[in-house]
Design a protein around this ligand. Structure first.
Ligand SMILES: Nc1nc2c(ncn2[C@@H]2O[C@H](COP(=O)(O)OP(=O)(O)OP(=O)(O)O)[C@@H](O)[C@H]2O)c(=O)[nH]1
Ligand SMILES: [Mg+2]
Length: 350
């Protein structure tokens, strides 16, 4: 899973990226500098994985991962001269499954923060970018149609609907039909991507004091980005002391990572054994046979049954053996809908 970090210039994207990943990518004192994107993969914090690991003592424990990509500057379509640069940025964002939109809520070079205004400015850029894509495609379909080539009616209708929304300044992410349509998938609309707004609040402000009005469905989290980044860069012991002193509980970024996971409708199932205890990522509603394919396509193809025990049943039983004796280990078929926290052993033919 890949998440793109966007935001106006100097909103603190790289700061948030560092806070999330523990890296020390260079933050910028001024905007406009063109730099390479920052990429990193982070583990999805999940206490259950570590409980399972202490039960099995495996050689390896593998958490689920999220990739973050932090791009420099802002995605703005207004500046014609920079079209190449804009395309480059967009190309980095297109494959993202979701977006983190960082909004500045700290004073920068004497400029007071205007988070509502900043949010709306970039939101309308995303909408405009999508509108341009839709209009180009519609124009083309209409041209072809004049030459006698009939456009795909489903694609055409959906594009019309998308144009109506975008014309009104409404992002596509709220429209299930558009977001789920296979016909439109290739356009990778930015305003259709699930989005979390990260309000990046200065050290001197109080969390919760700033109110933002966000269109649904957008996720929201407020973080003191710079503070979290600085703590993240301490060694773990010092970080702990520092956190206690400040009365902070878990890193805000833990919450943010978990929130990204929830927002995307993702859940984890586990495989366990002496070699490896591992978390695997699937979307809610995935059936057992499809889930097997996340591990290996051969297991999906040769799927026979899934041996399943829920996380709570296994922990309460104390061991797999006990769970079996208590009748908590079930045999499920290919259409079983995998639940968050299921521990699964797949039986398959090769
Ligand atoms: N006071 C304060 N300053 C911050 C915070 N987050 C970022 N900054 C400062 O704001 C400036 C820009 O931060 P970056 O993280 O580089 O912002 P960016 O969005 O990645 O900038 P570009 O990549 O140039 O678009 C830096 O000088 C940061 O130190 C914050 O939470 N509080
Ligand atoms: Mg940056």
């Amino acid at each position: 899973m890949k998440i793109g970090i966007i935001g106006l210039s100097c909103s603190g994207k790289t700061t948030i990226f560092n806070a999330l990943t523990g890296q020390s990518a260079e933050t910028s004192a001024f905007s406009g500098a063109k730099r390479e994107p920052n990429l990193a993969e982070v583990n999805v914090p999940d206490e259950r994985l570590y409980k399972l690991s202490s039960m099995y003592n495996p050689k390896k424990t593998t958490p689920a991962k999220i990739q973050y990509v932090d791009i420099a500057g802002s995605v703005s379509s207004k500046d014609e001269k920079k079209q190449n640069e804009l395309d480059e940025l967009l190309n980095l964002l297109r494959p993202a499954d979701a977006l983190l939109h960082v909004v500045r809520n700290f004073e920068l070079a004497g400029q007071t923060p205007e988070p509502q205004k900043d949010f709306e400015a970039l939101e309308s850029e995303l909408i405009l970018t999508d509108l341009i894509t839709v209009e180009k495609r519609l124009e083309r379909l209409e041209k072809e149609s004049k030459k006698g080539k009939k456009p795909d009616p489903e694609e055409y209708e959906l594009l019309k609907k998308a144009k109506d929304l975008l014309d009104k300044g409404i992002a596509l992410r709220g429209d299930k039909e558009i977001c789920n349509s296979k016909k439109l998938r290739g356009f990778t609309f930015l305003s259709a991507k699930p989005t979390i707004v990260v309000l990046n609040t200065g050290d001197d402000l109080e969390i919760g004091a700033t109110k933002l009005e966000l269109p649904s469905p957008i996720g929201f989290i407020e973080i003191k980005g710079k503070l979290e980044m600085e703590i993240m860069q301490l060694d773990p012991e010092d970080a702990e002391i520092f956190r206690n002193d400040l009365g902070l509980d878990e890193p805000a970024t833990t919450k943010l990572i978990q929130k990204s996971y929830e927002l995307l409708g993702l859940i984890s199932f586990f495989t366990v054994g002496e070699d490896e205890v591992r978390a695997w990522t699937i979307t809610q509603g995935t059936k057992a046979q499809k889930a097997a394919g996340v591990i290996h396509s051969d297991i999906e193809k040769g799927f026979i049954r899934a041996e399943v025990v829920s996380y709570n049943d296994l922990i309460n039983a104390g061991s797999y053996h006990n769970a079996q004796k208590q009748g908590k280990v079930r045999l499920e078929g290919k259409d079983y809908i995998v639940q968050d926290g299921d521990i699964i052993q797949f039986r398959f033919n090769v």
